[in-house]
Design a protein around this ligand. Structure first.
Ligand SMILES: [Zn+2]
Length: 250
């Protein structure tokens, strides 16, 4: 059985916002080479939270299972990060009373996301409207898959990118078949480029080795690769994920 699961990260539309959110949180999010803005504009940067921080996790009130389900998923990361989570639940209309970010991470639910999910990356959660969720999860709380989808989304919320997009992943995608396959799942071509295909290696950024066991890895069907290449997907935090989290949140 494969753990088919395809999430889209929520892109921050304003790279300047993203840059300052990352820089204000943690100076070492900005590589030294990018500390002065070049004509390439805002360079690549990481979006990690400050080590030791207590992240406020606002969970919109949904039903009697939703709050605990979010806590269970997020807390899977806790043993491996020098962070704490302060979870609290709020009604949507109360969230709209404030013009401030009430939560560093703001979780909402939508039945259209059953079987999937979406999140901003790390400190990008503090960009855009404070009324907007930074993470959207499905409502299939009783599914045995719900927890691992939440773990994957909280991986993004802590700043992790998709592992199948690692520059060394070397997945032999048949690009046109991949666009078509994900198109049927509601992905635009841009979504496929930003969520499926490999990232270019960025100078000045350090990489851990590609980890095919990562919970941040998609399942990849053989039908969209050239030759014989497929991946069943993962449902557990891997040893590589743990090592990476320990490194970025010492
Ligand atoms: Zn994802």
């Amino acid at each position: 059985m494969t753990s088919q699961y395809y999430c889209k990260t929520i892109a921050t539309t304003d790279p300047v916002d993203s840059y300052y959110a990352a820089k204000n949180e943690r100076a070492d999010n900005i590589p030294e080479a990018n500390s002065t803005r070049t004509k390439r504009g805002i360079g690549e940067h990481t979006k990690y939270w400050a080590p030791g921080k207590t992240l406020k996790v606002l969970v919109c009130t949904y039903d009697e299972h939703s709050f605990q389900a979010v806590k269970n998923a997020a807390n899977k990361w806790l043993p491996y990060v020098n962070l704490k989570f302060d979870f609290f639940e709020m009604e949507e209309e109360d969230i709209y009373q404030s013009e401030e970010f009430l939560g560093d991470i703001r979780v909402d639910f939508n039945p259209l996301y059953d079987g999937s999910g979406s999140s901003k990356l790390g400190t990008d959660s503090l960009t855009g409207s404070p009324h907007q969720a930074s993470m959207v999860l499905g409502t299939d709380f009783s599914s045995d898959r719900f927890e691992f989808r939440g773990v994957h989304e909280f991986g993004h919320a802590l700043g992790l990118q998709h592992e199948h997009q690692h520059p060394d992943a070397g997945i032999p995608f048949d690009r046109e078949k991949t666009y078509t396959y994900f198109g049927h799942l509601g992905f635009t071509r841009t979504d496929v480029e930003t969520n499926v295909f490999a990232f270019e290696r960025v100078p000045g950024r350090t990489y851990e080795p590609y980890d095919s066991q990562s919970v941040m890895h998609y399942s990849i069907p053989d039908s969209i690769t050239m030759g014989d290449w497929s991946h069943a997907g993962n449902t557990q935090i891997s040893a590589g994920d743990i090592a990476f989290m320990r490194k970025i949140y010492p």
